[in-house]
Design a protein around this ligand. Structure first.
Ligand code: ATP
Ligand code: MG
Length: 327
């Protein structure tokens, strides 16, 4: 499979009153054509900021992409001017969010919101765009598409709005769809329907998906490749089957252990002890060390680098470094 996007050394900072936050710190990964890459990790680990950096949505003076490159279809997105980036955004790269109302306009009819990108990016005429919009509403599994087309967002349920947002996102046949927790706010049945639909779009169009979630059930169902983030860094990555079968990083193991299984009582559910470190107080250490059952001396004073193992998985953990780890 060919590479569609190559993120290399991406670093994004926020400048807050309390100090600098390295929300994304030297993150590199690739997305191949037709592949679904999942980014997983607890709240605050930098998943959304990674997506927003790719979309060019980090705005100064509060935040800035301080380093790295994002090659997409051969061009570095970080070097493009605003207009070129805008043309790519919503056209070749589309994004959907957890909260549909953050990208839908409350005072615009549903049809118009789907028609807009078709008319702007694909230069469709109004009539053709409306026909296509109705077709898309049907494709995302909504019955009575004509009636829905002339509704306003507040007239629809959360699940329906999420479907509309997907219709807007896939309307211009993007090469990459970035989905940030697209089903977190929905109930389980609707969540499953939406994920099925995303998979179907992917299979029919060949688009790639960068899916952000904290839900390992979603990862197991959707991912080809998994990236595990912790405190702004990648701590482990690999093909989904390998990663679930042989998780290497104690954090990944903890995440997998905290995934509920059928028949388990709520009070039996495991959760990783402790909390993610304060991003303002990160030290030269493994950021996970004080939550880790395998913590060694070296973990408290030096940060492990991401390293490829024989299995092809990559892991940043002193357990997999020889000799010097045990000093
Ligand atoms: N606009 C901002 N200003 C300051 N800090 C920010 C801003 N946006 C994000 N951050 C910080 O960057 C870090 C990463 O945040 P991010 O939103 O990427 O987390 P996340 O992994 O998406 O979490 P969640 O699962 O809760 O969505 C956090 O420490 C967060 O507080
Ligand atoms: Mg987020």
């Amino acid at each position: 499979m060919k590479h569609l996007m190559n993120v290399e050394g991406l670093s994004t900072m926020f400048y807050t009153e309390e100090g600098k936050v390295a929300a994304v710190d030297n993150v590199s990964f690739r997305v191949r054509e037709g592949e679904t890459v999942c980014i997983v990790g607890e709240s605050g680990c930098g998943k959304s900021v990674t997506a927003m950096s790719i979309m060019g949505l980090i705005e100064e003076p509060g935040g800035r992409v301080t380093g790295g490159k994002i090659e997409f279809a051969g061009e570095d997105l970080l070097k493009l001017d605003k207009n070129t980036l805008r043309a790519i955004r919503g056209n070749e790269i589309a994004m959907i969010f957890q909260e549909p109302m953050s990208s839908l306009n409350p005072v615009m009819k549903i049809a118009e919101q789907i028609m807009e990108p078709l008319m702007v990016h694909l230069k469709m005429k109004k009539k053709a765009a409306r026909e296509r919009a109705i077709e898309l509403i049907k494709q995302v599994g909504i019955s009575r598409p004509e009636q829905i087309a002339d509704s306003y967002p507040h007239e629809l349920s959360g699940g329906m709005l999420q479907r509309i947002m997907i219709a807007v996102a896939v309307s211009c046949n993007p090469k990459l769809l970035i989905a940030d927790e697209p089903t977190t706010a929905l109930d389980v049945t609707i969540q499953a329907q939406i994920l099925d639909m995303l998979r179907e779009f992917k299979e029919n169009s060949g688009m790639s998906i960068l899916l952000i979630t904290h839900d390992l059930g979603v990862v197991a169902e959707m991912a080809d490749y998994v990236i595990v983030m912790y405190s702004g860094k990648i701590v482990e990555e690999g093909e989904v089957v390998e990663l679930f079968k042989h998780p290497k990083h104690p954090y990944t193991r903890g995440l997998l252990k905290s995934k509920p299984v059928v028949g388990q009582r709520l009070e039996e559910l495991y959760s990783i002890p402790g909390q993610v470190p304060n991003p303002l107080e990160l030290e030269a250490s493994c950021y996970f060390h004080d939550r880790c059952g395998d913590c060694m001396q070296v973990c408290r004073s030096r940060q492990p680098q991401l390293k490829e193992l024989d299995s092809g998985q990559k892991v940043a953990c002193w357990l997999y470094e020889e000799v010097e780890a045990h000093v």
